[in-house]
Design a protein around this ligand. Structure first.
Ligand SMILES: [Zn+2]
Length: 223
């Protein structure tokens, strides 16, 4: 049995996944206490404002209990109004545009010394053309069983998104519990605040007591 914790939206901005942030201390505590691992979905140029930096990427890469994955480039839209499609960057991209976007993102990742193996579209939404593109660039995609229902991914894909703030109806996907969260943001209730940290600590304790041999993994480590 595996347990995965995914966290979205980390980028080099204070409070969004930097050394010294209280959110980061919560993750370290959970790793210290139980050995929890984390898959971090990072937009490479968040809102055209926060580019990944080598220092920031290196900070995370020092931890063997962390995997850095791709979460789009801008985490923002241009063609369609934001109040209609939110920040679903890949929901407005055709094949050529998606190729350019992924390439821009991966170039920046490479400058920072990392090649992400996995991808999740900001806000989940993605066109089929963009899905074809990301499938050719990444080993796996974290998709949504409802929002991406009609989309085919030509690569390994995972579903599951139980919030770290949830208490019941937690699902098993095959052999894996898939917890989902956001590092920050007042539009989500599964963020890493103190309340959710304390709650999730209890969830992990409970699952460890119920499932002998429960293993903490990053998404790339799931077989
Ligand atoms: Zn996001």
């Amino acid at each position: 049995m595996n347990l995965v914790v995914a966290i979205d939206d980390l980028h080099p901005e204070q409070g969004w996944g930097c050394e010294g942030d209280v959110q980061v201390d919560y993750l370290k505590s959970l790793n210290d206490e139980f050995g929890v691992k984390f898959t971090l979905f990072c937009p490479s140029y968040y809102h055209h404002k926060y580019k990944l930096t080598k220092d920031w990427v290196s900070y995370w890469k020092q931890f063997d209990w962390v995997e850095l994955a791709n979460h789009g480039h801008y985490h923002d839209v241009k063609k369609y109004p934001k109040d209609q499609i939110g920040e679903q960057e890949f929901l407005e991209l055709n094949h050529i545009e998606a190729t350019e976007r992924v390439q821009d993102s991966l170039d920046l990742w490479e400058q920072c010394g990392h090649k992400p193996k996995g991808f999740r579209a900001p806000g989940w939404g993605i066109t089929q053309e963009a899905a074809d593109v990301v499938s050719s660039y990444f080993d796996w995609v974290a998709q949504h069983e409802v929002h991406n229902q009609s989309i085919n991914f030509g690569t390994k894909h995972f579903v599951g998104c139980d919030g770290i703030n949830k208490s019941d109806n937690i699902s098993l996907y095959g052999e894996t519990f898939m917890f989902q969260s956001h590092i920050q943001g007042d539009w989500n209730d599964n963020v890493w605040n103190e309340k959710n940290y304390l709650h999730f600590q209890q969830v992990v304790k409970y699952l460890l007591s119920q499932y002998n041999g429960l293993q903490f993994k990053t998404i790339s480590e799931i077989k």
